[in-house]
Design a protein around this ligand. Sequence first.
Ligand SMILES: [Zn+2]
Ligand SMILES: [Zn+2]
Ligand SMILES: [Zn+2]
Length: 161
Amino acid sequence: MSDTSESCPKCGSALGDVIETPTGRKLRRCSAGSWNAQTRQNEGCDYVLWMQVEPQELDEKCPKCGSALIMQVTRFGKKMKKCSAGGWDKEAKQATGCDYVEWINGTSETLDEMCPDCGAALVLFTTANGKRMKKCSTAGWDKEAKKATGCAYIQWLKPGE
Ligand SMILES: [Zn+2]
Ligand SMILES: [Zn+2]
Ligand SMILES: [Zn+2]
């Protein structure tokens, strides 16, 4: 599917390699443009081709109908699990088949870094809207007492860090 000879519809330059964003979306920038992290601006040609992210079939079954679930990433980088038996009738503008959807509220990944406060491992959290932070793995939430437990260390990451 990846046609590397594709050229920019704005300036005719070749498109660059496929880049994956922290939120799992894929894009190709025009090779005549580049992102300047210092000025936070695009230099040169600003054409960006967003790629269609193919739904990924999961090893999980829909709790409603038993069909396979698929992972989908929305245009805004939010992730959800959807029933593969569900669809969208464009003409009738309504959902067809199974309507089971489960939103994913961010992901976490254990890091090879120590918490500066207590020395436990740090965990990298990605929130549902793509913000990232490092949190101490001993941190938790006591639902009954409604208060945070464990270490309170948090470090928010700037985009691109
Ligand atoms: Zn271009
Ligand atoms: Zn279903
Ligand atoms: Zn800690």
